[in-house]
Design a protein around this ligand. Structure first.
Ligand SMILES: Cc1cc2nc3c(=O)[nH]c(=O)nc-3n(C[C@H](O)[C@H](O)[C@H](O)COP(=O)(O)OP(=O)(O)OC[C@H]3O[C@@H](n4cnc5c(N)ncnc54)[C@H](O)[C@@H]3O)c2cc1C
Ligand code: FES
Length: 341
């Protein structure tokens, strides 16, 4: 352990201790404080905050998340910052309900109970016998076997039941995901998971209509939120636009149809972007953001939840901004990938 320092968060007035060997974000997680974050790797800027007082040392980060000019001005990335003195940090992007709702992070060794394909490149992985407490919409870090690296995956299931269910897209050279596709990770193997993390959770205070937009494996945390709404018998107005390339990329259509039965005010709108005009398909066609723009006249009063690959999420954020949805009602998880060394 290194030197310990005090961190004071403004304007909420919360104080906690961090060790210089851990990042400020990690120290907060250890103590159950859910500061705003996304990738935890200096890539997405979700944890960007202003350093009012004190000194930090930054691990490797992307210039897109924090440029030199911002750094000079006093901006910092809490997921990369190690305290070198006591700190006073102004949170820019925060939600007090979420901040105080964290569960201290835990690490578990879990057995692979099920590994099966959902599509030609998305796998369903279920880990067994967890005692992890989390909120629907959150994610964990899974350690890559025989490596010190981790990858983040969102739970698709509800916390009760002692299992963690994931939807994982396989990339041919992906350090973790290729292990699923090529059979290196099999049922019965153990994986180490740490968490929970993430702020992609339903805000309890709001009763506004819900707009979900997702693509690819970004189905996972949105399905968790829909399962939560169904579990609560919610009558909230909700629509889920799901973008895929072609019919072979669609999955869980039966469960989504069932959710439409269970949730009286919920509609599922799948859209295909890579389909020829003459091909048979009764649903929407085009990029998911264009489909939302076309189908929804008035969305400025909705809470929006977006999840999927970063270009899709960025396009959806821009579309929502242009349509007048205030920034503080847009919640998202970008499935950023780990930067190459
Ligand atoms: C908060 C969060 C939650 C996440 N949840 C999920 C989830 O539920 N399901 C899920 O499948 N993923 C999720 N991800 C992404 C996941 O953590 C990994 O980044 C992803 O699985 C790739 O890891 P890998 O080790 O297989 O590939 P890597 O070894 O990291 O990448 C290998 C190669 O593949 C390329 N590559 C990787 N991803 C892409 C891509 N999207 N498009 C094009 N090329 C790519 C890389 O550039 C690299 O060249 C999440 C990410 C974050 C930050
Ligand atoms: S840059 Fe810090 S969480 Fe993404």
């Amino acid at each position: 352990m290194g030197e310990s320092y005090n961190v004071r968060l403004e304007p909420v007035g919360i104080e906690f201790e961090v060790d210089e060997d851990e990042t400020v974000l990690k120290g907060a997680f250890r103590q159950g404080l859910m500061l705003m974050h996304g990738c935890k790797e200096g890539q997405c800027a979700a944890c960007k905050s202003f350093l009012l007082d004190g000194e930090v040392d930054l691990d490797k980060y992307s210039n897109f998340a924090l440029n030199d000019f911002e750094k000079e001005e006093g901006w910092t990335l809490l997921c990369r910052a190690h305290a070198m003195s006591d700190l006073e940090v102004e949170l820019i992007n925060y939600d007090e309900e979420i901040l105080r709702s964290g569960v201290p992070e835990q690490t578990e060794q879990l057995r692979v109970e099920t590994l099966e394909p959902l599509t030609h490149d998305i796998y369903r992985l279920v880990l067994d016998a967890t005692e992890l407490k989390y909120r629907p919409g959150q994610y964990v870090d899974v350690k890559i076997p025989d490596s010190d690296e981790v990858r983040s995956f969102s739970m698709a299931n509800l916390p009760e039941g002692g299992k963690l269910e994931f939807m994982i897209k396989a990339y041919p050279d992906g350090k973790f995901s290729s292990l699923l596709a090529e059979g290196t990770i099999e049922e019965g193997h153990e994986l180490e998971v740490t968490g929970p993390y993430g702020v992609f959770t339903l805000r309890r205070k709001s009763e506004r209509p819900l707009l979900f937009i997702g693509g690819g494996a970004g189905m996972a945390p949105i399905l968790a939120l829909l399962r939560q709404l169904a579990d609560q018998g919610s009558e909230r107005q909700a629509v889920y636009y799901y973008g895929a390339r072609g019919p072979k990329d669609l999955f869980h259509l039966d469960e989504l149809a069932e959710l439409q039965e269970k949730l009286p005010n919920f509609t599922f709108v799948p859209a295909l972007s890579d389909i020829e005009e003459e091909e048979d398909w009764e649903g929407e066609r085009g990029l998911i953001t264009d489909v939302v723009e076309r189908c929804e006249e008035e969305i400025s009063e909705m809470d929006a939840y977006l999840c999927g690959p970063p270009p899709m999420v960025d396009a959806a954020i821009a579309m929502l901004d242009a349509k007048g949805v205030p920034e503080d009602r847009v919640f998202y998880d970008k499935f950023t990938t780990t930067a190459p060394e």
